[in-house]
Ligand binder design. Structure first.
Ligand code: G1P
Length: 289
């Protein structure tokens, strides 16, 4: 029996400068794709995978993220008095005690953000979800990863193929033997130049890691971009623990970029029963077809 994955860390301390001025006063993870903020998609995905405790690594100005998952007394009382349907609020309800937050305090990179959660994670394997990466699938990406974890244990990352010229924005793996959706990870490098990249398989923002990563991060030197990189710490764990990549069967939208955000909004609208027909008509009209 493997230890179950009960906790997920969401690094949400970023300043969201790419989306200014939208993100001047609200966290970028609160930007909605239709009617749900990005953070909601990520939390839903974790919950679907059986994860109970959500850990947000936040920073100043990010309290809206915590309010989003809290009771909204005035709103709920008013809605109840007016006999309004409260169903839309259902996904925002976490069991009391199941949201923990810690502040990163200094923007030293993703590896540092994860390390800041060490006290709450403790000595058990845990998940990481980067809310910028919107993963839509059935089952969801984290559920697919938990299923793979139950098979092989150790450390897992989700990967996907991108065109060669895009690899320099991501963590990239050196792939080993492949067995269905599982690929052995032989090496990892953060933001390599396209010509130096070991493959075009990128780390796509979902991880299941053993608690030892926290100790590896402890002594992690700065890497790409002068930041403490999670990828570098994971690379040092290869060889001492099993390390696999899971190729996600589903769709991925890069909501860290503006075009990716628009793509996600359109794609999800076209999949939703309540919007599909209307949005299809609008898109056709706009494209002049
Ligand atoms: C981070 C990770 C990188 C990963 C990417 C996915 O990079 O460091 O390995 O491929 O997320 O979006 P960032 O987007 O923070 O530069």
């Amino acid at each position: 029996m493997r230890k179950p994955i009960r906790k997920a860390v969401f690094p949400v301390a970023g300043l969201g400068t790419r989306f200014l001025p939208a993100t001047k006063a609200i966290p970028k993870e609160m930007l909605p794709v239709i009617d749900r903020p990005l953070i909601q998609y990520a939390v839903d995905e974790a919950r679907e995978a059986g994860i109970e405790q959500m850990i947000f690594v936040t920073g100043r100005g990010k309290t809206a993220l915590i309010d989003h998952f809290d009771m909204a007394f005035e709103l709920e009382t008013t809605m109840r008095d007016r006999a309004k349907d409260m169903e839309a609020l259902e996904p925002t309800r976490l069991r009391p005690g199941n949201l923990a937050t810690v502040r990163q305090q200094v923007p030293l990179g993703l590896g540092h953000a994860i390390w800041c959660a060490r006290g709450i994670v403790g000595e058990e394997p845990f998940a990481i979800l980067l809310p910028d990466e919107l993963m839509i699938g059935s089952p969801g990406c984290m559920k697919q990863m938990v299923a793979a974890y139950e098979e092989v244990g150790g450390n897992l990352i989700s990967v996907l193929e991108v065109p060669r010229e895009e690899v320099s924005s991501y963590g990239v793996i050196t792939p080993g033997a492949r067995d269905g959706a599982l690929t052995e990870v032989k090496g990892l490098v953060e933001k390599p130049k396209a010509e130096d990249a070991p493959s075009n398989l990128i780390v796509s923002g979902r991880y299941i890691l053993q608690p030892e990563v926290m100790r590896t991060l402890e002594g992690q030197e700065k890497g790409a971009g002068g930041e403490i990189q999670l990828t570098d710490a994971m690379a040092r764990m290869i060889g001492s623990q099993p390390f696999h990549a899971v190729t996600f069967a589903g769709k991925r939208y890069d909501c860290g970029s503006k075009a990716g955000f628009v793509e996600a909004t359109l794609a999800i609208a076209l999949e939703r029963d309540d919007l599909r027909d209307e949005v299809r008509k609008i898109a056709r009209r706009l494209l002049g077809d």
